[in-house]
Design a protein around this ligand. Structure first.
Ligand code: SAH
Length: 196
């Protein structure tokens, strides 16, 4: 297929932690993503006080931006450094506690209570732990998931959605033979079959 050169590539959690440690985080942007600004109305759909999920959240500045608008933000990220950097860089006091259902996992929560970030693999989460969401901001998430894990990732995401929810997905379009990823190239046809 046109993505054949990427389908067997695996980036381990350890490699992600190393990227954070080395500062190889070119994916992080200091400004709110222009596509989130453009499609905010689609995400909110006239609603306020939403629960919004950030899969593979890194230290995305959009989490503070949406929380400041009155929404409740939940994220998941394997790098503890990313999550601590988020709260420090955004000047948000936070507390830290274990997650009883997930061995080794920690939850970092803003003292104001409206941002909760889980430090664990997304595959450890379920709706019984984090509840369901009205909205998802998926940027640098599906495209960062190993190609072999895409179906598992999307199936899990679907279980985390409320009946009436909006899912904003950012992908990147390029020739997958010219770059090994991540971000991986996920063709539109595959997105349609993954999400149904
Ligand atoms: N969405 C963020 C970060 C994108 S980079 C942004 O827009 O800036 C992808 C992130 O996913 C990295 O921070 C990496 O540490 C994290 N990650 C990779 N695999 C993960 C997994 N299985 N569970 C949770 N986080 C993961």
């Amino acid at each position: 297929s046109d993505t054949g050169s990427q389908k067997d590539r695996v980036v381990t959690e350890e490699e992600w932690l190393q990227k954070w440690q080395m500062g190889n985080t070119g994916f992080h942007k200091e400004q709110v993503h222009p596509l989130l600004q453009k499609y905010l109305d689609v995400l909110l759909n006239g609603r306020s006080g939403l629960r919004i999920f950030f899969p593979l959240c890194g230290k995305a500045v959009e989490m503070k931006w949406l929380a400041d608008m009155g929404h409740n933000v939940v994220g998941v990220e394997v790098s503890e450094q990313a999550l601590k950097d988020f709260f420090t860089e955004q000047n948000l006091p936070y507390c830290e506690e274990p997650v009883p259902e997930i061995s080794g996992a920690k939850k970092f929560q803003s003292v104001s209570g409206n941002i909760s970030l889980y430090c664990c693999s997304i595959y450890d989460l379920s709706s019984s732990i984090v509840g369901k969401f009205d909205g998802v901001w998926d940027r640098g998430a599906l495209v960062a998931v190993n190609p072999c894990d895409r179906q598992r990732y999307v199936s899990l995401m679907i279980t985390l959605l409320e009946k009436k929810s909006s899912y904003l997905l950012v992908t990147v379009s390029y020739d997958p033979n010219k770059h090994k990823g991540p971000p991986f190239y996920v063709p539109e046809s595959e997105i349609k079959s993954l999400f149904g």
